[in-house]
Design a protein around this ligand. Structure first.
Ligand SMILES: C[S@@+](CC[C@H](N)C(=O)[O-])C[C@H]1O[C@@H](n2cnc3c(N)ncnc32)[C@H](O)[C@@H]1O
Length: 228
């Protein structure tokens, strides 16, 4: 599996309230746990904001926002008036997710927007997080997205599928958790569109940034860029 190969994902085409979309989002939630993303994001957030809690964070491609909300709440149970932007072109954030964050002291803005439009407008942000999102874009489009993100925040992190045979083996095992057909399709095309080596770093603007990029065992790929 040499070059990245992009195929449209079914979840992106389905109306958010369709039963197939709801089933697949539920699978995504389970997969985020099985792939170790929950643990990885929480320890990263704790490390990055050990001394000063965040004042403003954004998640791009948040979907139902459940995964982001859970991680931010577990790491910073008291929002202390911090702002969280949940950005998606078709967000489907449940009222309960919103209310839980708000009750904990977060100011939450669910932003229905294409990321390119959203990133074009400057806002004060401490960090941008993305989970299973960057692989939706071909390299040329992704370079444009990353350039915009580099102007929007001094810290950027992404958890993506790692492109390779282990990922495909994981996809082949998905019927064991009774994953929905939409998930089976999207998981396979996500691995094919995923990343390896330093593929994201090469698309990130060169000067003035420290990039970390590595496999996140077993199935994932981690990228973080920090402004120097
Ligand atoms: C695979 S889902 C990931 C959801 C969530 N981050 C998670 O881990 O559960 C990808 C999300 O990206 C959103 N998306 C795709 N292209 C987008 C774009 N150009 N602008 C904004 N959102 C986009 C889709 O609507 C979808 O909700």
């Amino acid at each position: 599996m040499k070059a990245r190969h992009l195929t449209p994902e079914l979840l992106d085409e389905l109306p958010p309230e369709a039963s197939e979309a709801m089933a697949s989002r539920l699978d995504l939630y389970v997969l985020n746990t099985l792939m170790g993303h929950r643990r990885a994001w929480r320890s990263w957030l704790r490390r990055e904001f050990a001394s000063i809690p965040p004042r403003a964070l954004a998640e791009l491609g948040c979907g139902d926002g459940a995964f982001a909300a859970e991680n931010f709440l577990a790491t910073f149970p008291e929002g202390n008036g911090a702002t969280l932007f949940l950005v998606d072109r078709a967000p489907c954030v449940a009222d309960i997710t919103l209310r839980t964050l708000q009750r904990a002291g977060w100011n939450v803005y669910v932003e229905t927007a294409d990321v390119f439009d959203w990133l074009s407008k400057p806002r004060p942000l401490d960090a941008i997080c993305t989970n299973l999102f960057l692989h939706h874009f071909d390299d040329t489009t992704l370079a444009r997205l990353l350039a915009l993100a580099s102007h929007a925040a001094p810290l950027f992190a992404a958890m993506e599928p790692q492109r390779g045979w282990l990922g495909l083996a994981g996809v082949a095992a998905l019927p064991l958790i009774d994953a929905h057909a939409v998930t089976l399709h999207d998981a396979r095309v996500s691995v094919e569109a995923g990343f390896r080596a330093r593929e994201v770093s090469t698309l990130w603007p060169r000067d003035g940034w420290l990039c970390e990029e590595r496999r996140a065992f077993p199935f994932s790929h981690w990228f973080c860029a920090r402004k120097l």
